[in-house]
Structure formats: C-alpha cells, structure tokens
Design a protein. Structure first.
Length: 495
C-alpha cells in the first residue's frame, strides 16, 4: 500500500461493468477528467501514467453495516461457524480449551435456530468447568456462558447460561476485554483486509462510544477505508452537546472519519426468534414472546428520532420483523426526517412503497438471505415470499445499500453482490428467485448508490480483473480485486 502522487492518470481502463476503454485522471483526491481512450488528442496534464491493461474500474464499494471491533476481534476468537448442535459446540470448546490462567475463552458464530438441542451452561461446565467461557451468537443477539463466566459477571444464578438481547450486550460489556491498543491494531488490520476486497468505506455500528473511539484511532493510524461512526442513544446527549451532526468530519483522519447515524432498535433477530412479527413463531403460540420482542416503544422511538433529527443526526433503525418495520416506517412518517432502516428482513406488502415515499434507505445484508433461508422457512413459514425482498423493494423505488453486518457475515462486498444476484450460496436452486437483483443493480447497492464514475467525485475506486457482467456467481464471490483507491490514495495493490 502506497500513497499516490498528487496527480495520476489511469489509462486503458474500462469505465464500469461492460464499459468503454477510457483514461481517468485523479488529482488531489478527486476525479478531474474522464475521456475516451480513443481521444488521444486530449491532454490530461502531467503526473504519473498507469496502464491498467483493459481491467474494469468501478466506484469504490462500501459495507454499509459493520461492527468493526466485533469483526476484528472475531478474527481472533474460537470460530463456531458451521456447528450443528450445542453438543458440537461444547466438543469444540473442549478441543480448544487452551490457556489455564483463568482468562476468558471467547468464541463467536453459533446459530442455534435449527438445533435439536439447546445451549446450556451445563454442557460447557462439563467440558471446561474452571475457565470462563463466553460464546457469542452469529447474529450478536445472544451470549452463551458457562458457570464460571456467569459468576464473573454476577449472574451466577442464571438458570441456563443463554442470555439474549440487551442483557447479553450488558454481560459481554462486563467481561474483561483486550486492551484498546490491541483491538485498535486488529481494526487497522481488518480495514486493510477490507480494502483488499475493494472496500473504500464502512458504516461502523459498533456498540459503545464509536465516535470517540475513532477519534482516538485516527490519531494513531490512517484507516484504509472511510468510516462513518454511529452514535448510540446513551451517547446522544453528548453528541448533541458537542454539536456533532451526521457527516461531520472528526478526529485526525480528515474526511476519512465522519459522524454517522443514531442507531436505534425496534426488535431482536430471526435466529433468536425475537424479531417482532405480526404472526406468532411456530411452537411459541400463547407465550409472552410468541411474536418476538419490542426493544423500543413506538412513542420513545419517535422521541429519540425527533431529538436526533432536530440536531442534524440521522436515525438508523434496526427492524427485522414485519411488525417492527411497520413501527419504524410509522416513526419516520411522524418525524419526517431522512434516515435508514437496517435489515428490513420481513416486510408487509403495504410497507414496500413507503421506503421510497418517505425517502428511507433500506440497509440490507444479502448474505443473510442465503445464510438464513432454512431458519426463515421454519420460523416464517408461509411468509418467505416477502422476506429479504430486495427485488420488490427496488421495484417499489427504494434505495438499497448493501452491508455484511460483520461479523454476522464476512466483511466482503462481493459475497453480498453474489448472494443478491443468485439467491443461493450452495448447490440448491435460488431461494425465491423473484427477489434476485441484476448485477448492475447489485453493484450500485454495494457502492452506496454510485452508478457512474464522474468528474468531481471523490477518487474512491476499485479495479477488478474480471468484468462483473461476465462473471458467474462463484467468480463474483471470489472476485479478483487488482487495486483499491480511497481519497486518491492506493489502499490495496502494489502501486
């Protein structure tokens, strides 16, 4: 990774998927010229010339929903992805017990929505009774602890050790964490890895004081991607007192680090059966949680959104179940502000056009559609035709922005693009193929709405070796990224 000179001309590069050969000049972090390669008479000025040999130049890609510290840390934790039962997880914990110094053994990535057995502290106690064990679910909405770990956080009397939603977040926050400088190093490394996949920016929804954390980091290193740092309700008053608004530049990163949206919650998640739905979950009929949970009452949601919007902070509202999405859209209609709904996984038909009517962006994660198809078929039986309904949203005029929700899915936009295009990640036929997107539409959603590379735009660009229009789904997933540029600086590649 190296800085580019003050001006650089990219020659013999294709302008977008299926595009013509052009020359593109970059100077001072912006695109200053785009001319046809055949127009040899046009002088683009001095500076370095770089021949890209017919490769494809695309707008830089974004991951519009990540938890960067969680993602960076998960890369260093016991990987529980693919485990098929609570017993299998316990066996994996036994195999990887490791240190005997009493430090917490962290694991990440279990999905219990289809398991025949249930997570329980006794299973972990049987394989590792003395060392604290804290396992985080793939959707970040549950934590599974053994008795030693429960005692460590003052929850020794918890009956099962499986803790969900806000209580899980509180418990995990109370556990010993890696030192900030260690986590910051992991995050710097994770940002470089993201740039290697063509990422030029992320919205960081990490729990905590994300703006302050990024102000600290930006004084230590220049991130390889732009960062929009979310605000949580517990920090809203402080942000308002500082006069921070969504889009404001903060820290030493210049334009690379900005204040992001206010993150709010209406419900839980599908895998934990806490997403707020109109219909009850099979097997839970008649129970208190039959329809999921309401994380924030509608009146309180409106109050928080109105307060944030009045001070220039745009809301981003987590909503997964169909009832939750209606509540979120109703709140946007009441407040009349710009903002986002994160996930939008299950939608009522009458709510589809409201995204465009209200100017609300749908921040969606296409990899979730393919990862969770079996869980959705079980718990949302009969309703999956309107689950992860990206085709219907786009047809209704909604603005889509792709994310990964990393570490729920890997921070790799090409996985999202491939899942949106194919609606399958294995040998099975497409799941609800009517909701597939075209490659061009998927690329736009992965680039935060940028369809074209235009003069005056920031020089956030990605060079790929294969034209996405010619790529099969497997090639899209593993897209060879030749180079990435953010703000006119090479963040990936040997230039």
């Amino acid at each position: 990774m190296a800085d580019s000179p003050s001006s650089l001309t990219l020659s013999r590069v294709r302008l977008g998927a299926g595009g013509p050969l052009v020359r593109v000049r970059v100077a001072d972090g912006r695109i200053t010229h785009v001319v046809a390669e055949s127009d040899a008479g046009t002088e683009l000025g001095g500076g370095r010339q770089l021949d890209l040999d017919g490769r494809v130049l695309l707008p830089g890609l974004w991951d519009a929903h990540v938890h960067l510290a969680e993602w960076a840390s998960a890369r260093h934790r016991l990987d529980l992805a693919g485990t098929s039962s609570a017993r299998a997880v316990a066996d994996l914990v036994r195999e990887r017990a490791g240190a005997t110094d009493g430090s917490v053994l962290y694991g990440y990535g279990f999905r219990d929505g289809l398991w025949a057995d249930a997570p329980h502290k006794a299973l972990l106690d049987a394989v590792l009774p003395d060392r604290p064990v804290a396992l985080v679910s793939a959707d970040l909405h549950a934590a599974w602890l053994n008795s030693a770990c429960l005692a460590l956080v003052g929850k020794g009397d918890h009956p099962t050790g499986l803790i969900r939603e806000h209580e899980a977040h509180e418990v995990l926050s109370a556990l010993p964490a890696a030192p900030a400088d260690v986590v910051d190093g992991w995050i710097e490394e994770a940002c470089r890895a993201a740039a290697a996949r063509g990422v030029t920016g992320v919205i960081d929804f990490q729990f905590g004081d994300t703006v302050v954390d990024w102000e600290r980091r930006s004084a230590q290193f220049r991130p390889a991607v732009r960062v929009s740092a979310a605000v949580y309700p517990s920090r809203l008053d402080a942000a308002i007192k500082r006069g921070l608004r969504t889009g404001d530049e903060v820290g030493a990163g210049g334009s690379l680090v900005q204040v992001g949206p206010l993150k709010l919650f209406t419900d839980g998640s599908l895998n934990t059966r806490t997403a707020l739905c109109r219909d009850p979950y099979p097997g839970l009929e008649g129970t208190d949680g039959a329809h999921g949970i309401e994380e924030t009452a509608p009146d309180e949601l409106v109050r928080l959104m109105r307060r944030a919007a009045a001070h220039g902070i745009e809301p981003a509202v987590h909503a997964i179940g169909d009832r939750a999405n209606t509540v979120a859209l109703d709140a946007f209609e009441t407040v009349r502000c710009r903002g986002r709904i994160e996930h939008a996984q299950l939608l009522s038909p009458q709510d589809l056009p409201r995204f465009a009517q209200l100017g609300v962006t749908a921040g969606v994660q296409p990899r979730h559609a393919t990862d969770d198809r079996d869980v959705a078929d079980r718990h949302w039986a009969g309703r999956t035709g309107r689950a992860f309904a990206y085709g219907d949203l786009l047809a209704a005029g909604a603005r889509l922005e792709f994310g990964s929700d990393a570490p729920v899915s890997p921070l790799d936009p090409w996985l999202a693009i491939a899942s949106a295009v194919s609606r399958t990640d294995d040998e099975r036929p497409a799941w609800h193929p009517e909701q597939r997107l075209s490659v061009p539409d998927a690329l736009v959603a992965a680039a935060r709405g940028r369809r074209l590379i235009r003069v005056g735009d920031p020089a956030d660009l990605v060079v790929v070796d294969v034209d996405p229009l010619d790529a099969a789904p497997d090639t899209l997933r593993a897209m060879p990224v030749h180079a990435t540029m953010t703000n006119g600086r090479w963040t990936h590649g040997s230039y």
